[in-house]
Structures are given as structure tokens and as C-alpha cells.
Design a binder for this molecule. Sequence first.
Ligand code: ADP
Ligand code: MG
Length: 701
Amino acid sequence: MSNKIPFLERNIEYLKGVGPNRAELLRAELNIYTFGDLLFHFPFRYIDRSKIYAIKDLDESLPFIQVKGRISDIRKEGLGKAQRLTASLSDGSGRIDLVWFQGVKWLEDSLKAGTEYIAFGKPSVFRNVINITHPELSKIEQEEKEVGIIPVYSVTEKLRARGLDSKGISKLVKTLLENPDFEIKENLPTSVILRQSLLFRDIAFKNIHFPEQWQKGEEARHRLKFEEMFFMQVKIIKFKLRQKSQKTQIKFDKIGELFNEYYHNKLPFELTNAQKKVIKEIWADLKTGHQMNRLLQGDVGSGKTVVALISMLIANDNGYQACLMAPTEILATQHFDSITKALDGMNVNVGLLMGSTKTAARKELAELLENGELHILIGTHALIEDHVKFKNLGLSVIDEQHRFGVAQRYKLWQKNTEPPHVLVMTATPIPRTLAMTVYGDLEISAIDELPVGRKPIRTVHRYERGLNEIYVFMKEQIRLGRQIYIVYPLIEESEKLDLQSLQEGFEIIKHHFPEPEFTVGMLHGKMKSKEKEIVMKGFIAGTTHVLVSTTVIEVGVNVPNASVMAIMNAERFGLAQLHQLRGRVGRGADQSFCVLITSDKLGQDGRKRIDTMVQTTDGFKIAEVDMELRGPGDIDGTRQSGLMNLKLINIATDGKIIEQSRIEAERVLADDPFIKRPEHQAMHIYFEEYGRKNNDWSRVS
Ligand code: ADP
Ligand code: MG
């Protein structure tokens, strides 16, 4: 019976050595349902019992290995909990330290200087010297049973209790690989395999589980990583090609009155060259008769809003409506206010729709929207709710896309029978390799210069004990007519506690900045919309001098007169957040400052983040360091992109593989966009299957 079912799809229960009980466990504990799932349960590390290494050949990149040598110089160091036992091991080629932090007493009694041992463990570097921490030791005469390179699998306590420890899993995998029916079909085109010098697929699967040699194991992992990213790229590129080839009725072929009126008579400044270039790129898309899907990247303060506004006016000029979606009510309100002001006296009706919009106002908006009298709708994600209907939406702009998911982007497509053009904007510079995946289906435009006359923000790091001096400096700034942000951390898990500390911070700041000379305002996400609005208005108008706030002001907020951004407990913020927050100042012509305030105790990562902020304002450099420190999982925008389902690829460290797989995928599809050529048959079959399994976001098209 089971012969009919493809080998890898067979129920794990029917693998020799499994049976119903263990199958149940494997499903519950490791999500292993089929033979294929087991095959894809890769070892997370290896133990190399294949040979005895010479001490001189050890380096940090090696897995768990064994060395053989004589013990000498056994010594106890440190006190109390920090106590450790160190012994030297020499084999004639060199000498390393073996270090134990636990079982010190027992080891001290049992280790014998002058005796030969086999030490087994992972070489690591401490103070620039190689050592092995917590090695297993065995005397030479004890025979070692395991040989070769041994895979180590992650298992749970429950599995272990039922005999399915790492060794047990390894046994099952072996059974699987040795099954006479075992068959792994190649899925990459031969040309790609050859160009990239990849292992064949079946060999890769065998070697990722049981590497013949260490090197082969690495090659196996490389091959499977490549394959993983290659098919993801094929999917992204195909998706992009499909969009680009589809004709749309929404064609903006004229530059009209509104554009001209705004551009020539209203625009309060000269656009930067970068802004002009980007507008040309957008215009070129809008008039082709194909749907635009463009990402506008521009660092904080580079002037993306005006680009959005001009694009929306082009839509209006061509008889279409436009919308602008922002991630927070504060930002949406700000856009609404500034755009209404910018278009004052022009024949454009602008509306604002947010979660907090009252029913009566909603009704009115809905009517104007459906009869076409409303030209531009600004709002939060309330815009994408199903009941919001446009008469003829032609352009959707999403501000700060990194705060939204891919799915939300596509929801906007459904707001018209013909999908509208889409412009997404983001200030979060993301590393190139990540952009290739998260935004791989978009064309990319970049504003790579700031408006003239901006002075670079000066960033400094200060300790809490120096706060009084900082207050003095802030007062000087206020007396010069400037305004100040003071940001407190608000992290969800400890929200209550943080709100309390924000409140306390507010009291302290009010104490240091007494009325009537100074006015201090407070802003946080838990406030009512109306309250938030009043506070923001006071700050925008300049009547509030100091705004004590949480990160609700993190994205987009634009008050050019604010010149100081002080961040309390700065060590608790991520780099992307710090960069965004800093971007709230330096928006006018005055010298601006960012003061990062921390406690004396700074961890290693915290220190690195603060140093990075002090050293550079380059968003891309900051993004790279961020990814290095956090890994891509936490980087905004990756969560909904399917990237989190990657099993092997690490976006932070596998940049090269990502780039190469993108190049190869583009190459194959350029020749054969429908993957129909005979030499691509295996790839075609696999890709169909892949599409069925990974349809979470292609579905939204
Ligand atoms: P972001 O790209 O961060 O969204 P904004 O669109 O909020 O930036 O623009 C930041 C500030 O710079 C705003 O006050 C805006 O009016 C101003 N601005 C935008 N473009 C220019 C320009 N070409 N010259 C001078 N000021 C500009
Ligand atoms: Mg903005």
C-alpha cells in the first residue's frame, strides 16, 4: 500500500524502529510527520571522532573533536562561584588549556598529571588562545566505541525518556537513508550545479547527516542552503515578472493642473536631485500601463513625504483617488495636517480615517469616498478594512512599510477591480541581502541625499550620573528657541513598570524644567487619541518645550524645530529604534544633538550599539551591525515575509549564498520564464510542489 505514496511523504510511523507510539511523540515534539520531515531534521552540530587532531591544527571553526596528550600543570583558579580548574595538555605539536567550571573538586581528585588522556570537546578562543572548556576525558586504554563524524540532533526530554535521544534519531535517519526505496531527486538544473560547484542533492542529504569528512559536511550544508534560497528567489522573481507583465487599465498619462500648481507655486523648497530622480522613476512606472510596485528607500529626514504627495497629485490629475497609509495614529494625523496645509487653496479633498474616527465622520468619509469626491485618503491600517470602498483608487502609498506585513501591502491591491499602483516607503535601511528577499518582488528607488543645509546630528553617550549637566544643556537649547524630546523605554513585557517609570520621569523632568518658563508634555501609546493629538499639537506649535515620550514618536514624526533627542536607558533599545529616534531631530537648519543616556553597567551588546550610534549616522552601516547583533529574526519586516521558515539559511551570515542564488534564479528565469525547458524539468516538478507548500504570501496576489 505505502509503496504508492512517494517515499518522502510516507507516514513516519512506518519507518522501521518507529511504530505508533514513537510516531506520536515525533509528531508532538518535533513536528515530524513524514519520512521527509525526518530527513529535514538536520543535525545542529557534529562530533568529530573520525581522527585525533594535532593540537597545533586546532582552531575555533572546528566542531567537537578529540586530541590526545599528556596532562600537566593542574591548577585551581578563582574563588567561590567563579572557581575553575585548569590543566594543560601537550601532544608534542603544541599545548592547550582544558578548563572546567563545574565538578572542580571531583576532577581535582581524579585527574593525574603525567598521564595520557584523550580529551574531547569544542575548541574555542579565550583571550586569543585556543582552549577547550568542559572536555570529556578518557584514559587511553579505554576503548572508544563511536567513530567517524557523529551528528547531534536536537531532541526534547520527552523524546529522550523514550529512547529517542540524539543517537536514537541518528539511528532512524540511518535507517531512512539505507532504505532500498530511498530516492532523492535532483531539483537544481545541472548548469547551476556546475557553475556553483554544488554537491548533488542525494549526496548532500547523506553528508549533512553523516559527513564522510568534515569538509564534505560543510559542502552538503552549503548545497542545501543554496537550494533553500534558490527556490525562494525563483518564487519571488516569478511573482515579480508576473506582475510586470500584466496590463492594467490604470494608466496615468498626463501631468496636470494639480501637479503643476503644487510644484510651481506651492512647494516651499527646491527638491533635492535625489527626490527629482525618484519622482521621474515613479512617473515612468505610472504611465506604462503596468502596475507599479516600488519601494522607496530613504533615510530618516530625506524627504519621502513630498515624493508621496506629488505622486498622489499625479493620480488625482488623471482622475484617480489616492491613499496614504501610516503605521500610527500620530503619524497619520501629522501627514493629514501637513498635506492639508500644503494643498491649501487647491481643489483637492483630503480625508483622515483611523481606528479612533467616530461613526458619523466615518459615514461621511465613506460616502465621499464612494462617490469620488474625496481625492486623497490618509489613515492607519483602518484603510485596509474590507468595508472601506473607493470609487476608483489609482495609487496606494504605504509609509514606513517595515511596520506592516507583506499581506497588508497586498490588501491594498484589492481596493479596486484593477489593482492600484503601489508605492511603499521605508526609512529602515535594511542590508542588501535582506532587501533581496523581503522586498525582492519590488523595484527599488532610493533617496540617497539629505536636503541641503542639514547639519549632521552630533551624538554623544552620557551616564545617568551626568544628568544634571544634560539638563543645563537642554535649558540652553530651549532658551535658543529649540525643543527637546526625552524618550523612555517602553517594552511590552514590562509595560506597567515602564509606564510607571515614564510617569516618574515626567515628574522629575517637570521638577527640573519648572513652569512658567518651561512647559513639559507627556506622550505614550496608552493615551486616548484625543489626548495624544492635543499633546502633539502643543509640541508642533512650539508651546511645549520638552516632550517626555515613549517610542510612539519613533517613526515619521516631523517637528523640525526640535534639536535634542535624549534617550533614557538607551542600552535597552535596539539599533534600528535608536536610529529612528535620532531621526526625529536634525530636520531643520540648526545643529541637533542626540544624547544617549545609560547606566554605568553596560553589557557587551549594549556597548556595541551605543558605540555604533556615536560613530555613524549611516543607516546602512547601522543596519548591518544590527543584523549582526540580533540576527535577522528580529529585524523589522522579516516576520511576515516567509523568511522565518528558512531552515538552514542565516540571513545575517549567508549573504554570499543569497546573492548567488538570486543571480542563478534570475539567469534561469531569463532564459526560461515558465520553467518549461526539458533541462529544467526536475526544477519544474520541484517548484510546483514548493509552490503548494509555501503559498502563504503568494495567495494574497
Ligand atoms: P522622511 O523621509 O523621514 O519621511 P520627511 O518627508 O518627513 O522625511 O521630511 C523631513 C523634513 O524635510 C520635512 O520638514 C520636509 O518638509 C523637509 N524637506 C523635504 N524635502 C526637502 C527639500 N528638498 N529641501 C528642504 N527641506 C525638505
Ligand atoms: Mg516619513
